[in-house]
Design a protein around this ligand. Structure first.
Ligand SMILES: Cc1cc2nc3c(=O)[nH]c(=O)nc-3n(C[C@H](O)[C@H](O)[C@H](O)COP(=O)(O)OP(=O)(O)OC[C@H]3O[C@@H](n4cnc5c(N)ncnc54)[C@H](O)[C@@H]3O)c2cc1C
Length: 396
């Protein structure tokens, strides 16, 4: 008899398996329908021996000392600060928009003070800020909105920013200094030997058994267990009783090139050209030295694996129906991005799982944190829209 059946071997499932097995001495079975552990953060060496992220680039960053130190038990870190360029008007300029972005784009030589004035002069007056479009144009004007946000968002979401709730963003891109880091978190680092090695170490414990290539429906009636931790899609758990929760998906096109370097930074965004949104070159993330280089193109899709919950009020309402059902289901604990229908960064999921563990171990008042995440917004869009500022917290 297992104490816990954990469905899903991503961050949520792996952290709980580790805590329950090694801290609480519980017997745990982890199952995943995929042929590997690590969930969406899974990385592997491709046929050319280059370490790549199968489900798109995963960059670790957090303001939480607890999360950073917890994961640090299972990996050494390699310091890494992420940088992104956007391909606009035939140039590659820093993203989020900063002083250099504007100077380079318009061939100017503004100071930070002058850039403030520039933003003021181009900002549109919007009486009631309702949509994502309103938020951006009211701060940096229509031209920059169109160059950097409008088409990127339409590609990413299949929806115009004017149809996306203003809650998608509360701030706009206004870095008036030259800081070109994508994230401003206290801890920015990548696992030295990759995410999968870190997951292997986490789950290397005699109390943990792992079963891959297994959908939980296949075993649920045969495996004896006391409690379940469910990190899969919450609507699937309840047989889509109230309808399907909508997600936006991605198709990843991986490519290895016979050259050492492909582009100047890890990620280049394509807001206006091409069907893909961005290209990532993995060696920047991993620090690997290799004569060849591997890149991945991301093509947004309406159908496919569930990646991004769609941030619209009607979807939040639908999720709330499932949430009520989940809360009323005894001995099953719903945790992680699919089970709570929220876009969470990795560190946020780790924090959520650590909190659930504390709660399971007899601290029932412990509430699962919302962690300041704006639900449903991919870090790419959120960062772009939030833009600047040291105010950006753990949210991508
Ligand atoms: C393209 C992309 C880029 C991202 N980049 C970043 C980034 O740079 N930084 C960052 O912090 N975060 C990033 N994220 C977010 C990150 O992927 C998540 O925070 C993290 O993977 C969530 O972990 P999880 O365990 O909740 O979910 P998952 O990793 O999705 O794990 C859930 C697991 O459950 C399994 N499962 C589902 N249904 C079943 C079933 N019926 N039976 C058995 N198993 C099942 C799935 O196969 C999966 O392995 C990114 C996400 C995407 C989509």
């Amino acid at each position: 008899m297992f104490d816990y059946l954990i469905v899903g071997a991503g961050f949520a499932g792996s952290v709980l398996a580790e805590r329950l097995a090694s801290y609480s001495n519980k017997k745990v079975l982890v199952i995943d329908k995929r042929p590997h552990i690590g969930g969406n953060a899974y990385d592997h060496y491709n046929e050319d021996g280059i370490l790549v992220h199968k489900y798109g680039p995963h960059i670790f960053h957090t303001n939480s000392k607890e999360v950073f130190e917890y994961l640090g038990q299972f990996t050494e870190w390699r310091s890494y600060e992420h940088r992104v360029l956007a391909s606009v008007d035939g140039q590659q300029v820093p993203m989020p928009i900063n002083l250099d972005t504007i100077n380079q784009l318009y061939g100017l030589n503004l100071t930070s003070f002058e850039l403030d004035k520039f933003f003021e002069s181009v900002a549109e007056k919007v009486d009631v800020v309702r949509t994502s479009e309103d938020v951006v144009v009211s701060k940096v004007g229509r031209e920059l909105y169109e160059k950097f946000f409008k088409h990127y968002t339409r590609k990413q979401w299949g929806m115009d920013p004017s149809e996306l709730d203003k809650s998608v963003t509360s701030r706009v891109p206004t870095r008036t200094n030259r800081d070109d880091r994508y994230f401003t978190d206290t801890y920015q680092a990548m696992p030295l030997h990759g995410f999968t090695k870190m997951f292997e170490k986490m789950m290397d414990h005699p109390n943990i058994k792992i079963m891959l290539n297994t959908d939980y429906h296949e075993i649920i009636d045969f495996i004896p267990y006391k409690e379940m931790i469910f990190t899969g899609p919450v609507d699937e758990y309840f047989d889509f009783k109230f309808g399907k929760l909508p997600y936006r998906s991605l198709e990843f096109k991986h490519e290895t090139l016979n050259k050492e370097v492909f582009q100047p930074v890890a990620v280049v965004n394509y807001p206006n050209d091409h069907l893909y949104t961005r290209i990532t070159e993995f060696k920047y993330l991993t620090g690997q030295q290799h004569q060849k280089t591997s890149v991945v193109y991301e093509f947004p899709r309406a159908e496919g694996d569930p990646y991004y919950p769609v941030p619209r009020p009607e979807n939040a309402e639908l999720y709330n129906q499932y949430k009520k059902l989940a809360e009323a289901t005894p001995n099953v604990h719903f945790v992680g991005r699919l089970a709570t229908y929220k876009y969470y960064n990795m560190d946020q999921v780790v924090a959520q799982a650590l909190t659930l563990h504390k709660k399971l171990m007899g601290n029932p008042k412990e509430e699962l944190p919302e962690l300041g995440g704006v639900s449903g917004i991919p870090q790419e869009v959120r960062q772009a829209l939030n833009g600047s500022s040291t105010k950006l917290s753990t949210n991508g």
